[in-house]
Design a protein around this ligand. Structure first.
Ligand code: PEP
Ligand code: MN
Length: 300
């Protein structure tokens, strides 16, 4: 990492990569996020019904996902929108884990719910709207388990790293960063996918980074391309919304893939994931690039 990055992100020193520190691999049940395997986390935006969740969990598992996502507590932009099933949703997630072997990531939106959500989830998700809710970050950190920290929709990379630092400072090293798009002047998509932000995070931080093409795009047609861009930018995995019948989803249907859409996305991702494996790590690729060695043969 260059001196200038060190200075720029000096307020979050423990999140930064340095030669003395290995990259963080977050252990989740039978897998690692931030290791050699590209981890796909998939499932509905919200847990709606047993049938919806079970069908989705079985489908995404057989298509290669390793982690099931699904919101039981939903932080909605509108107070009139579906707020989630709460405890009933957590129980359905646990049942789906039992049935499929998938690990579970689900959002916690209140300090008061941390203990309850942590009882059911393998990874606590902190949503974009809560990235700077420091009381929630501390409470989640104290659970001791893995935390998927989503980038605030108006947070600079420095803000994001400082939020992660707060979790590390609270004694929890199991932080996974998630780029889910930021607000810009561009209104054609729900958010602007900051692929360069993923590359920068991998360049300056030892923490794993997950790409969320669904919330970035806001439209399902763009999700496969953004997922591929995420791999190319150096992401350690992707978080993707999938629903058996997206047009009838209770939340975020426009950006959710149906089952065949998910299969197609996974198939299109395959050569990119294979390419990722051949690069070992992005720094090695960059060394090749800056030393003038050609590395085009590794591109799919
Ligand atoms: C979600 O993952 O469904 C979600 C609410 O995401 P974000 O916090 O990124 O908007
Ligand atoms: Mn969603």
């Amino acid at each position: 990492m260059r001196e200038s990055w060190q200075q720029q992100f000096a307020a979050s020193p423990d999140t930064l990569l340095d030669p003395a520190r290995q990259r963080t691999r977050v252990h989740v049940r039978d897998l690692f996020v931030g290791g050699d395997e590209f981890i796909v986390m998939a499932g509905p935006c919200s847990v709606e019904t047993e049938g919806q969740l079970m069908a989705t969990a079985h489908h995404v598992r057989q298509a290669g996902a390793r982690i099931l996502r699904g919101g039981a507590f939903k932080p909605r932009s509108s107070p009139y929108a579906f707020q989630g099933l709460g405890l009933e949703g957590l129980k359905l997630l646990a049942a789906a884990r039992e049935a499929t072997g998938l690990a579970v990531v689900t959002e916690v939106i209140s300090e008061d719910d941390v203990a309850l959500v942590a009882e059911y989830a393998d990874i606590l998700q902190i949503g974009s709207r809560n990235m700077e809710n420091y009381a929630l970050l501390e409470a989640a950190a104290r659970s001791g388990g893995p935390i998927l920290l989503k980038r605030g929709m108006a947070a600079a990379i420095g803000d994001f790293l400082r939020a992660a630092q707060l979790i590390l400072d609270s004694g929890n090293p199991n932080v996974i960063l998630c780029e889910r798009g930021i607000r810009t002047f561009e209104a054609a998509m729900r958010n602007t996918f900051d692929a360069a932000g993923i590359a920068l995070l991998k360049h300056v931080s030892h923490l794993p980074v997950i790409a969320d093409p669904s919330h970035a795009a806001g439209h399902r047609d763009l999700v496969p391309a953004l997922a591929r861009i995420g791999v190319a930018a150096g992401a350690d995995g992707a978080l993707v919304e999938v629903h058996p019948d997206p047009d009838r989803a209770w939340s975020d249907g426009e950006q959710s893939l149906d089952f065949s859409g998910f299969d197609n996305m996974m198939a299109a991702l395959e050569p990119w994931i294979a390419w990722r494996a051949t690069t070992l790590n992005i720094e090695q690729l960059e060394q090749h690039a800056t030393s003038g060695l050609r590395c085009v043969e590794t591109v799919p």
